[in-house]
Design a protein around this ligand. Structure first.
Ligand code: SF4
Length: 307
């Protein structure tokens, strides 16, 4: 449902009053995507946030994404409209548990997916996204890697770097692991035989093997724009299809209907407006965590993105 013009005007006035911008992840509900000044994946949002000439960032995504924006832009006020919007996969690892694993493998380099909390990043050597994970791991001279927290992404990367020994943390994204399955994709393929099946590397290995292509959300967008194919079955969070249909309206994107991240949907228009009015809840991190977590993020940003 489109956001009404009166609400848009109210949001605009509040943004001007506070020199604020709204940034939103590709998995946000359509009405949040519609009011966002900037849309993207976690890497794009974090790196673009640095360049924005704004005093306030209203971050519409899960908690670790808002933390990442704060770590990379500490001078800005970062507001997260719903603190309960948290990534269950990021909650599958704690700094203590990671410290214990590091003690067991002192010769290993810790690579953490950006889907981790700030205190886990503070224990990490270098971060990565699903798009640049292979590039990041190839840049590391050491052979042994502790990869956290997504085992599916870790197993996928291992295919491209057989020379490395990747020890995967036992974490996963429930939306990608449990909701996007081969029977569901096969059934959609039977209904749309000409469609290309594209999946996210957070999916399980059998789903990866079934798919025609594997991309991060950024890679999906690039591929949708440049491919000669017109119909795609999208094995990722359902709302990515809304983003794609806005950017590439001439093509058809078929979601896996069950693939919904409920945590992403905890951000509502009402909460965004309340955040703009009150400039809270604000993301605040202890200075030592913020400074330590910035190091692996900056290393990742310097490597750049892949697909
Ligand atoms: S889609 Fe998965 S990885 Fe992304 S925020 Fe939701 S639970 Fe976390």
């Amino acid at each position: 449902m489109a956001v009404d013009p009166e609400t848009i005007l109210h949001i605009q006035e509040l943004k001007e009053k506070h020199n604020a911008v709204i940034i939103a992840h590709n998995y946000q509900p359509p009405e949040i995507q519609d009011i966002a000044d900037l849309l993207g994946d976690s890497l794009a949002l974090a790196t673009e946030a640095i360049k924005l000439d704004a005093d306030v960032i209203i971050f519409c995504g899960v908690n670790f994404m808002a933390e990442t924006a704060k770590i990379l832009s500490p001078e800005k006020k970062v507001i997260h409209p719903e603190p309960k919007s948290r990534c269950p996969m990021a909650a599958m690892i704690t700094p203590d548990a990671l410290r214990q694993m590091k003690a067991r493998h002192p010769d290993a380099v810790v690579v953490s997916y950006v889907n981790t909390t700030a205190d886990v990043k503070a224990e990490t050597d270098i971060c990565c996204t699903s798009g640049n994970a292979v590039k990041v791991i190839k840049s590391i001279p050491e052979k042994k890697i502790i990869f956290t927290p997504d085992k599916n992404l870790g197993m996928y990367i291992q295919r491209f770097v057989p020379e490395k020994e990747i020890m995967c943390w036992d974490g996963f994204c429930g939306t990608h692991q449990n909701k996007i399955t081969v029977p569901r994709l096969r059934s959609l393929k039977e209904q749309h035989p000409g469609a290309e099946v594209i999946v996210h590397p957070e999916c399980t290995p059998d789903v990866i093997d079934f798919a025609d292509k594997v991309f991060s959300t950024y890679g999906m967008l690039v591929h949708a724009k440049t491919s000669e194919t017109n119909t795609f079955i999208m094995g990722t969070e359902k709302e990515m299809c809304y983003r794609l249909s806005q950017d590439v309206p001439e093509k058809t994107f078929i979601p896996v209907a069950e693939a919904v991240c409920q945590n992403m949907k905890k951000i509502t228009l009402k909460k965004v407006i309340a955040s703009l009015e009150n400039l809270e809840p604000e993301i605040n991190l202890p200075m030592d965590i913020l400074e330590k977590a910035r190091i692996p993020l900056e290393r990742m940003v310097n490597i750049g993105r892949g697909k």
